[in-house]
Design a protein around this ligand. Structure first.
Ligand SMILES: [Zn+2]
Length: 122
């Protein structure tokens, strides 16, 4: 049971994320639902920092900046879709249920949306 409203931050991301789960704990053999990838890619922009984002499983370079996205409820890094599509990382059931409720179309947050209301990784 995942009781956070953020996902995709891993302890492999560094000391600051030492309390986060390991990405390996979320890899499953279940085939990835492509609608989940579309939803994740459709998130609204929260923030970006200029760091090279490297995959913790395959070591490939995913991106040249760490971009954080949201649907107004959950928060996740843009590179999460890489893990979901390439390495069969599963999103928490609660997150999946919200996606389903939204018809797998990620809601857009408007300019007035207060990103400080989002739950951030510890
Ligand atoms: Zn990878």
């Amino acid at each position: 049971m995942w009781n956070k409203k953020w996902f995709g931050f891993w302890k492999e991301d560094g000391d600051h994320y030492s309390k986060c789960p390991s990405v390996n704990e979320w890899v499953d053999c279940v085939k990835t639902d492509t609608r989940v990838i579309d939803y994740l890619d459709g998130g609204s922009f929260v923030s970006a920092s200029p760091v090279v984002v490297q995959c913790h499983i395959s070591n490939e370079i995913i991106d040249s900046s760490k971009v954080i996205l949201t649907d107004g409820y959950w928060m996740w890094p843009k590179d999460l879709s890489h893990y979901v599509s390439k390495h069969r990382v599963q999103v928490p059931h609660e997150f999946y249920l919200l996606m389903k409720l939204k018809g797998f179309t990620c809601p857009k947050v408007d300019d007035d949306f207060d990103i400080m209301n989002l739950e951030y990784p510890e």
